[in-house]
Design a protein around this ligand. Structure first.
Ligand code: PRT
Ligand code: ZN
Length: 286
């Protein structure tokens, strides 16, 4: 029997674009033109289910979907029996406690006896227990940031990315409880056929992620500086060196990681590298 892996993706919202883009970068063609609830990919044995993000962990646990793309914050909050297999590199945010900017609350201990509004009662109550804070939790499903202003709560616990929502509501971050990004979760009891499809999907996802974290670099170097320059460029194995038409010079090709980028470029320049080209990598297979 030809099996299909069922993938749960957020129907609309902050993770939709990133999820669809990742599938596309993995070479998986999906059209969701008619706002359908499920679609079969044209060229890979997967079927996409479009769902609310809050429902994804439970649907994956119950095998309605085999895997899902969802925020770690939702995975921790829902606490279902699913395995987190891979961070996906988008949907980055943090779950933080925030307090009025100019109020009497100043530190974590000040939250004792206070009311905290949140959509994450599970994560928050665990955190407060560990920190020995005795506060009451008011669960609300949206617009948490207005709760202190309308007198519903003294503090909030909500997702933050740029911080501008807190700023416009005259709140400030007190503590970060959790760093989060979109992750791939899986049902724990996939059939052998589904596991094979998942492995193939994970291989593609990892190749896309590696490519994003690396850049291809091409430069010209005087031959007497080649050793120093090659030591700055470890590459996947070692740099490729080709002679230039002009004698005494070589062309060096390598791969550098995004994190080291500016640091390495400066050192390359001071060591005599010229004509440096940095090129994005589409896929990286190691
Ligand atoms: O309809 P459905 O239930 O599927 O969607 P939803 O409304 O519950 O979720 P959605 O689309 O808002 O968020 C989906 C996921 O995106 C979250 O679970 C997080 O994993 C991730 N994510 C990343 C964020 C943010 N960044 C984010 N900034 N989710 C929400 N926010 C909100 C936050 O709640 C606050 O209101 O954005 C505001 C803060 O943003 P800044 O930039 O002003 O700090
Ligand atoms: Zn939601």
């Amino acid at each position: 029997m030809n099996e299909t892996l069922k993938i749960a993706v957020q129907k609309s919202g902050r993770l939709y674009e990133g999820s669809m883009k990742l599938l596309k970068e993995c070479g998986i063609e999906v059209s969701n033109g008619n706002n359908q609830l499920r679609v079969q990919a044209a060229n890979f044995p997967v079927e996409i289910f479009f769902l609310r993000d809050d429902d994804i962990p439970e649907y994956v646990q119950d095998a309605v979907a085999d895997i899902g793309f969802v925020g770690e914050n939702v995975v921790y909050e829902k606490n279902k029996l699913v395995a987190t297999l891979e961070k996906l590199g988008f949907g980055k945010c943090r779950l933080s406690l925030a307090i009025p900017k100019n109020g009497s609350l100043q530190k974590l201990a000040d939250l004792n006896g206070q009311r905290i509004a949140t959509s994450y009662p599970g994560i928050l109550s665990n955190y407060l227990r560990v920190k020995n804070i005795n506060a009451s939790i008011h669960e609300i499903s949206g617009s948490v940031e207005i709760a202190p202003r309308i007198g519903l709560a003294d503090a909030i616990c909500d997702l933050v990315s740029s911080g501008s929502t807190l700023f416009t509501n005259e709140l400030k971050e007190l503590e970060t409880i959790l760093q989060s990004e979109a992750v791939l979760i899986s049902n724990n009891q996939l059939s052998t056929g589904k596991k094979i499809i998942l492995e193939s999907l994970l291989f593609r996802i990892r190749s896309v992620k590696k490519a994003k974290n690396n850049k291809y670099v091409l430069l010209n170097a005087p031959n007497d500086k080649l050793d120093t320059i090659c030591n700055l460029l470890p590459g996947m194995r070692s740099p490729t060196i080709l002679p230039l038409a002009e004698s005494g010079w070589s062309s060096v090709h390598s791969v550098i990681s995004e994190g080291d980028f500016w640091n390495i470029i400066e050192k390359l320049k001071t060591n005599g590298a010229q004509g440096i080209l940095i090129i994005p990598i589409e896929k990286m297979i190691i």
